[in-house]
Design a protein. Sequence first.
Length: 508
Amino acid sequence: MVSTSPFQHRMQGPPLFIFELANNHMGDVAHGMRIIRELKEACAGFPFRFAVKLQYRDLPAFIHPDFRSRTDLKFVKRFSETALSWEDCKRLKDAIVEQGFISICTPFDEASVDRIVAHGFDMLKVPSCSLTDWPLAEKIATTSLPLIVSTAGEPFEEIDRIVSFYQHRDKKLSVLHCVGEYPTADANLQLNQIELLQRRYADVDVGYSTHESPDQVEAVMMAIAKGAMVFEKHVGVPTDKYPLNAYSATPAQVHRWLEAAQRAFAMAGTVGRRHEVSSAEGRSLGELRRAVFASQEIAAGQLIRPEDMFFAIPGQPGQLVTKDLSKYTEYRAISKIAASGPIMVANVGATDTRSIVHGIIKEVKLLLNASGVAVPAQLELELSHHYGIERFREVGSAMITVVNREYCKRLLLILPGQSHPEHWHKLKDETFHLLHGKIELVLDGAKRSCGKNDVVTVSRGMKHAFSTVTGAVIEEISSTHSVGDSTYSDTAIMQNTTRKTYVTNWMD
């Protein structure tokens, strides 16, 4: 269970009702503006906050180039036919604000996150199909926008991870119970999940987003009775040219839905556990999840690096998807993978480094405790594993950056028996103050032994390496530390692009 007490960001003000425009603008800006105007009339007189939400996709990157013209694939066809230019997207966003709505947008790829920020949206929504899209999550976490996330199809282990990920980055967060069937039958609403989410994530707002029939109003009343504070519904305006789908509400149906929201009754669902994902829900979510493809040919036995991958739809059964990617998992190709080809689970070997990292953190904490050196809370731990994390205890170091401005202070933590290989810096001068333990220091080939309270200055360009039998804590004072300023004598280290692991919240 996630503990959230340090990250309390509860909603202030009345409940929030979100109208999901999705693709119901049908690629027609005038039609989209009509929907927004009619929604404004439907909301008049209700004591709630209201928002209209758009969806952004950078289609040239989102859809694999070999499938962009495929009209037999539902989502490829729909997204292509309803695509808007970025200028037209901005016109719709401005119309949302002009009508007095809060503006929200869902990005389905990294480029769209930048567009959302540039267009000035008030909030950002993460859909269920992208909840554990880790490359996208890393991008979203760089923004300052409050987040709303939907949870359809995910077990609590995955929801825990993403809630923890965003909270450790101090993001304002709301979590929505969601069922990804379109439309959702009453028997599959699973409204008791709202209470389960509230118990598990006590300090965030919990809401309700699903896709029941637009004429069904009992579900929203029951969700309110269970404590939901955020609500989301697909909306649209049907015309002869643009018929409406089976789960989107007209403005008149929205008005009746909001009337029902002022009454609350109880509704039953699964109690005390995460509900099972139906085959229909699984298929729908699977079609929207970005799959992992090779951006260039990958040789058998090769470690698959971030630059060797790109993410697109549609995937195929047994293919890696973005939820499988995390900084703790490394993949190596078993046999050759062609450029633009799918990276299949059966064709990669996976190494989960999570347990290794946890063991390293434990040893780092023991070293700090033995040294008596105080470390400010919430500083990031940087692990350098020059020849792979499996050899960290032999070759590597842990570093904590305290400040990095025109001046820099870092703590270097060297475990007993560990060495740090020879390297030099082009930009920075540094001075080592040994706070704990003993080290063997090599400066331009000359060896010297250093003990507690010894001070050594290493000038720019001076080759240096160090090792320890006892373990050591070194205070490094230097000019600005710049990424990429370390050049290693062993060229194999320079070719290792995955030699760093960064860990937040490691002191808890």
